[in-house]
Write a protein that binds this ligand. Structure first.
Ligand SMILES: Cc1cc2nc3c(=O)[nH]c(=O)nc-3n(C[C@H](O)[C@H](O)[C@H](O)COP(=O)(O)O)c2cc1C
Length: 207
């Protein structure tokens, strides 16, 4: 059974534009994969705590030596990683807040970057351990940034996902959402068209 993991990061939870674009893709995917499973992780609604020295220590401690508190922290991280590991397709809602990714997403990344679990260091440098996945990122912005130096988000997210092994990543942008009704509608309609195309089964595109 194929599995899709949708990660929402908007502070507006399911109402966020990025969450709605991801949900639109998930609905198309579910229609095309009737036996597939869709899992939603909403870190706007249920935030991941900031990483602290204590939490990081829980990751490093040997499983058999962990205190009950450390077990809870490592178990939470393990559960997040398990969701990623099981997913064939990963959707990430990515708003831009104050020139960067939502702080909740950074906290999430801090909890899924685990040495020996999602990445390892080899003689040839770091190696991602989550392989064979396809990710789609739904990037929503009030202004226009894609392709400019102001878009530090895209490179950061692409780089992080590649670091843990997810290197097949496609971005769908909806920009200018704060620039008036007409530009907003145009940007969303364009994103919807892209979603319809990329969510379609490969054989439908070939026909
Ligand atoms: C707190 C906050 C900060 C924002 N900062 C930026 C920004 O730096 N650049 C930008 O282009 N848009 C900015 N915006 C606009 C959002 O990117 C836009 O509303 C987008 O739809 C957010 O995605 P969401 O609806 O999924 O939350 C900001 C919005 C909020 C609420």
């Amino acid at each position: 059974m194929k599995s899709l993991l949708q990660i929402n990061t908007s502070i507006f939870e399911t109402h966020g534009q990025s969450s709605q674009l991801a949900s639109r893709f998930a609905a198309e995917w579910a229609a095309n994969n009737p036996d597939g499973q869709v899992i939603v992780r909403d870190i706007g609604r249920d935030p991941v705590p900031h990483l602290t020295a204590e939490r990081f220590q829980a990751f490093l401690a040997k499983p058999e030596a962990r205190t009950p508190e450390q077990q809870a922290v490592a178990g939470f991280s393990d559960a997040l990683i398990d969701e990623l590991r099981r997913a064939d397709v990963i959707l990430l809602g990515l708003p831009m807040y104050n020139f960067g990714v939502p702080s909740s997403l950074k906290a999430y990344f801090d909890h899924v970057a685990r040495a020996g679990v999602t990445f390892s260091y080899t003689e040839r440098g770091p190696q991602g351990l989550l392989k064979g996945k396809k990710a789609y990122v739904f990037a929503t912005r009030g202004g226009m940034h894609a392709g400019t130096a102001a878009d530090t988000e895209s490179a950061f997210v692409r780089g992080f996902l590649a670091f843990i092994g997810i290197d097949d990543v496609e971005f769908v942008y909806a920009e200018g959402l704060a620039m008036g009704d007409a530009p907003k509608e145009k940007a969303l309609a364009a994103a919807h068209r892209v979603i319809r195309r990329i969510a379609a089964p490969a054989e439908a595109l070939a026909a």
